[in-house]
Design a binder for this molecule. Structure first.
Ligand code: MLT
Length: 268
């Protein structure tokens, strides 16, 4: 179910499924809450999944907001939403850019977190070459629009297996990218390229943490997840065969199985 909510002068829109202990799903770049549909359709008993559209993306595009140009602003929005929903402590699951926001949340509001799922993401900041790529993509989106961003990103977002065997997934991801405005994509590129290095936070994480990665993820390859796993005390790592960067959409059953057993292990 989609819900809208006004908090102070800001409006939020999010998908809400299930009843019980809260888990917040944070989407990747340049996508929308809708990318979590396979998880929202399979919420384990006793859990409530909440998937906000980050500022400027998906259904939030209709709100006349100042774009968020830092990851911390996206994380602060999520903290405001969690507070407004009186959720107290939540499990946060972020994929890629959503993982960067989850790590920012850990830095800004650690007491709000009771568990962490880091999917197809990394703790490091962008490299110099990475920033150069962001600037090129900003020029591309401002010149040619989101369709060209989709052309460029799709081969990196999805594994060759998914692209060959499940073309409908590629169509769905393309539609999500193309529904976003150039302004939101450009602002998010600023947020991505200015995000701080979160590596120093990892050894201090004290909440249960699950790391998930697609075996064929080219954007945040499994080696990075192995490294995070080594740095986060007591963390679990699940590698998903046949999936690329969008592991939750490419192999929803495997992703949901990993998520469900993690949630069972931490249920109060
Ligand atoms: C994402 O999926 O959110 C992006 O690939 C993140 C990134 O480019 O760093």
């Amino acid at each position: 179910m989609r819900r809208d909510m006004t908090v102070g002068r800001r409006r939020f829109t999010f998908l809400d499924a299930g009843r019980g202990e809260p888990l917040v799903l944070i989407h990747g770049f340049p996508l929308a809450a809708e990318m979590w549909q396979p998880q929202l359709d399979a919420v384990p008993d006793g859990w409530r999944f909440i998937a906000p559209d980050l500022r400027g993306f998906g259904a939030a595009a209709v709100f006349d907001d100042t774009p968020a140009r830092t990851i911390d602003e996206h994380a602060a929005d999520i903290i405001d939403l969690v507070d407004a929903l009186h959720l107290d402590r939540v499990v946060v699951c972020g994929l890629s850019m959503g993982g960067y926001a989850a790590l920012a949340l850990l830095r800004l509001a650690p007491t709000h977190l009771r568990g962490l799922v880091l999917a197809d993401t990394r703790p490091q900041a962008d490299t110099v070459e990475g920033r150069q790529g962001r600037l090129e993509m900003q020029a591309l989106v401002e010149r040619a629009g989101p369709g060209d961003v989709a052309d460029r990103m799709l081969p990196k977002l999805l594994s060759a297996t998914t692209r060959a065997d499940r073309p409908e997934v590629a169509l769905r991801v393309r539609a999500m990218i193309e529904a976003n405005g150039a302004g939101a994509i450009s602002a998010a590129l600023d947020a991505l390229m200015t995000r701080p290095d979160s590596t120093p936070l990892l050894p201090a994480i004290r909440v249960p943490t699950l790391i998930i990665v697609g075996e064929d993820d080219e954007l945040t390859p499994p080696a990075l997840s192995e490294e995070m796993h080594g740095l986060i005390p007591g963390s679990q790592l699940v590698r998903i065969e046949g999936a690329g960067h969008m592991s939750n959409l490419e192999r929803p059953d495997a992703f949901n199985t990993a998520l469900r057993s993690f949630l069972e292990s931490i249920k109060s």
